[in-house]
Design a protein around this ligand. Structure first.
Ligand code: FES
Ligand SMILES: [Fe+2]
Length: 421
């Protein structure tokens, strides 16, 4: 009998330099391939060291659509285990976070230790003495690596290292951590989840799209008296810029548009901010501190699912081709608890369900998804700024903040990854 052949998806046709095809957001077959090639082969952000500070501490969340447990073992190393009982597939850990000595499956009681090895099986004589305990542990992600506490995993035993995947974009993570007098961030406030009906790629693209701010977030800009228009300038002189860091990592750098320290924070008037400043100066000296607090935190996407959203961290979780979840939490700075209290309030106002920024963005993403179901116009335009982007001394493409250089950077990397066999 002849097998029906399925034509391979032509990503080189669907993703062009100046336009992309709408089916990239709507075709379930493409979604399935993205899970394999981007989320299971590549490096994906899972969580932060500070979420699991002690042996036995764990968090559960998906990588792609697979549930995992990120857990700190007895020896202090962090593992990423599939949350799937080797017996019949039940998730062994239902909690979002906690501390465990052992994970016991609720179905028939098989239990697993912190490294995922099978610990015990009730009524073991039923297996006639030939049961292979070693072969029935929880599946481990073969590669887990971290950079300054940011933990990434890959379900592929081979491939590029995390170091190669991040490349120079480690500097974006440095920019976050270096705002702490202890050089570390801390994710301890818990996560807010927004589930919304849009393809998972909408928000990573939107995260470093500087074009939409004056429209989608107009209400916020008016309320807080934002200087966005100053960042946009007259379009001739460069103020805030977009930057392509390679491998799909992209950034809006607001710093060139700032005129004074702490503009990213909304000013320096309170004593609490002055105390933060003093703690930083004690640790790093005046000059370095001045530079860091002038530049502020990064506004950057680490491909595919981590958003360094200034003083927030966000994770993107795909569910299916037209639905996903975004998690966010304030990025606390280790060593300045008083300052962190204010960061929590800011995070609520910017990102929470009753806030300005994220509800605006997920509403637009959902409306994009509805619009993309039309079939008489199949292409999306991403050419803005091609005429004026340029490479900087380090070879990164830089552009005006309203251009689409970051969108093109995302898709360029996407096309490369999706074309790999
Ligand atoms: S499914 Fe887990 S013990 Fe049976
Ligand atoms: Fe936005």
């Amino acid at each position: 009998m002849q097998q029906a052949t399925v034509e391979p998806i032509r990503y080189d046709t669907l993703v062009q330099d100046e336009r992309i095809h709408a089916s990239l957001y709507t075709d379930p077959r493409i979604f399935a391939e993205e899970m394999e090639k981007i989320f299971y082969r590549g490096w994906v952000f899972v969580g932060h060291d500070s979420e699991v500070p002690n042996p036995g501490d764990f968090v559960t969340r998906p990588i792609g659509t697979q549930p995992v447990i990120m857990v700190r073992g007895k020896d202090g190393t962090v593992s990423v285990l599939l949350n799937r009982c080797a017996h019949r597939g039940t998730t062994v850990c239902p909690a979002e976070r906690g501390t465990a000595r052992i994970f016991t499956c609720p179905y028939h009681g098989w239990s697993y230790d912190l490294s995922g090895d099978l610990h015990g099986v009730p009524y073991p004589t039923g297996y006639n003495g030939v049961f292979d305990k070693k072969a029935n542990g929880l599946t481990r992600a073969p590669r887990v690596a971290s950079y300054r506490g940011f933990v990434f995993a890959s379900f592929s035993a081979s491939g590029i290292s995390l170091e190669e995947h991040l490349g120079p974009a480690t500097k974006l993570i440095d920019r976050s951590c270096d705002l702490s007098p202890e050089g570390e961030i801390e994710l301890s406030a818990g996560w807010v989840k927004h589930r919304y009906p849009a393809n998972w790629k909408m928000l990573p693209e939107n995260d470093t799209d500087g074009y939409h701010l004056g429209f989608v977030h107009l209400a916020m800009l008016k309320t807080v008296g934002s200087q966005y228009q100053r960042f946009v300038g007259d379009e001739k002189s460069i103020k805030a810029v977009l930057r392509d860091w390679g491998n799909g990592h992209t950034e809006i750098d607001w710093a060139p548009g700032f005129q004074q320290p702490f503009e990213w924070f909304g000013g320096v008037s309170e004593g609490m901010v002055a105390r933060y400043l003093t703690t930083m100066e004690d640790r790093y000296g005046k000059e370095t501190t001045q530079q860091r607090i002038f530049d502020g935190p990064p506004h950057a996407l680490i491909f595919p699912n981590l958003f360094l959203g200034e003083m927030n961290i966000a994770i993107l979780q795909p569910i299916n081709v037209e639905e996903c979840v975004q998690l966010h939490t304030p990025m606390f700075l280790k060593g300045v608890p008083e300052f962190n209290k204010r960061l929590l309030r800011q995070s609520e106002a910017a990102m929470g369900p009753g806030s300005f920024l994220l509800p605006d963005d997920v509403t637009i993403a959902s409306r994009n998804q509805v619009g993309l179901m039309t079939r008489n116009s199949e292409w999306l335009e991403i050419s803005r700024g091609l005429n004026r982007e340029y490479a900087d001394a380090e070879g990164r493409l830089v552009a005006h903040v309203t251009d689409e250089t970051t969108n093109r950077a995302f898709w360029k990397h996407y096309r490369r990854v999706m074309q790999e066999q």
